[in-house]
Design a protein. Structure first.
Length: 114
């Protein structure tokens, strides 16, 4: 949770003090995350199971198309969520946003444990 609060404060600072475009903030965060993902996956095969599943002859062509479609939907929804997160940070303070998350945490925990 500390990482999220730190990222929220940085985003708020970049948007308010440096007057940086929120989409440039997202682009910089995305580039940094890609570099970190590459560094952490060196020497490992993170998509080994997915490649084996995709190359399997028993999988139907419709399932491969569904997998590709769901991956595309995932990317589009993550773009929407990240843009919403930045605009929420610009409009409200990171502390107000964190307070809203902490009010939701007990409800989410109760829901998941049921």
């Amino acid at each position: 949770m500390t990482g999220f609060s730190f990222a929220n404060c940085i985003e708020k600072y970049l948007a308010d003090v440096n007057f940086m475009n929120p989409f440039k903030i997202l682009a910089c965060e995305g580039a940094f995350e890609v570099v970190m993902a590459i560094l952490f996956s060196i020497g490992k095969k993170p998509f080994k199971e997915l490649i084996e599943l995709y190359d399997n002859e028993e999988i139907k062509k419709g399932d491969k198309i569904l997998l590709s479609f769901l991956l595309l939907i995932y990317f589009i929804l993550s773009i929407v969520v990240n843009a919403y997160k930045i605009y929420c940070n610009v409009k409200y303070s990171p502390m107000a946003r964190s307070l809203a998350h902490f009010f939701m945490n007990p409800l989410l925990n109760i829901f998941y444990f049921i």
